[in-house]
Design a protein. Structure first.
Length: 317
């Protein structure tokens, strides 16, 4: 879809998000990056669905009234930010499911970033991707910032998680996209940018039998194998950083599973935003959660920024 003019920071608005964490994040990003801001609200009420009774003009009017009320509420939220000099648009629509409406809006306006408040998920939502934020990880074409409750300091700390071990071009491009965005945000927000990578070495081997077979299978011990993986990973990431303004001393190499080690590192370093990749899965694969971004969502205390690889095409496009 062709989009003319500056692409906005798209904030998904929710009356339950008090005191407007997502809006505060979006406004700060828009101001720092010199972009317009759009506040978007999806309305839906199961009681107004045609499955309960025939769709009539009165029912359509009730839905339209909800959208109109949301538009008024969004204008109230936009007013103080406009007074500070930001260009702020508002939009509301009646739709279900919400994540599809957000994705269509992001595509329509060419959103530079989508910002949404996220909360802890119950086990069923985690298992089946029933929550809108989890679904957006899969289908949103724009970088997706899932905001937790903690406020950003004046100079936030960013942690970009990359994985140079993949040999295919898609994942290699994703690493570059993550680092490009981390640098852009770091410059705009005057933030410190760190880089991390998790190596699935000996610490990730869960079976003693597997460890015992390492020497025979690979001609080396599990410990030597893990050291070699770390060495290769460091070489690969330093190659990524070679032409970037991120010093090598800001690189953190970890041994273990990303969903376990990255939250620990983020907490120990006081990270405000963790950037990670998001790769779309098929409709069969999406039924149960398997991606790193989804596994991290409820494990980190900081905001999560999910980045898609260049050329990603949303299933809803």
């Amino acid at each position: 879809m062709n989009v003319t003019g500056p692409t906005p920071v798209l904030v998904v608005m929710d009356p339950a998000d008090a005191p407007d964490h997502a809006l505060a994040r979006g406004a700060r990003l828009a101001d720092a990056m010199g972009l317009p801001l759009e506040l978007f609200r999806v309305e839906f009420d199961q009681a107004l669905e045609g499955s309960h009774f025939r769709v009539t003009e009165r029912l359509e009017a009730a839905r339209a009234a909800r959208v109109d009320a949301s538009a008024v509420w969004l204008e109230e939220k936009a007013r103080p930010w406009r007074a500070q000099g930001l260009e702020v648009a508002v939009a509301a629509e009646y739709a279900n499911p919400g994540h599809e409406a957000v994705t269509r809006r992001a595509l329509a306006v060419g959103a530079a970033v989508v910002v949404m408040r996220t909360h802890h998920h119950e086990w069923l939502a985690r298992a089946t991707l029933s929550a809108d934020d989890w679904q957006l990880i899969r289908v949103c074409p724009a970088p997706l910032l899932l905001a937790k409750g903690r406020e950003w300091p004046q100079h936030p700390r960013l942690l970009a998680a990359v994985d140079p071990g993949h040999r295919d071009d898609k994942h290699a491009r994703l690493d570059h996209a993550i680092l490009d965005l981390a640098q852009r945000l770091g410059a705009a927000l005057q933030a410190e940018t760190l880089v991390a990578h998790c190596v699935l070495g000996g610490a990730a081997l869960e079976s003693a039998a597997v460890v015992a077979m390492m020497r025979e299978a690979l001609g080396t011990s599990a410990e030597d194998y893990a050291r070699e993986l770390l060495r290769q990973a460091r070489e690969g990431i330093l190659g990524l950083l070679e032409e970037r303004a991120i010093p090598a001393e800001r690189l953190h190499l970890l041994e273990g599973r990303p969903e376990q080690e990255l939250p620990r590192l983020a907490a120990s370093l006081g990270v405000d935003v963790l950037l990670t990749g998001g790769i779309s899965r098929s409709r069969v694969e999406q039924v149960f959660v398997g991606g790193t971004a989804e596994r991290l969502l409820d494990r980190v205390d900081c905001d999560l920024l999910v980045v898609k690889p260049p050329g990603f095409r949303s299933p809803l496009a």
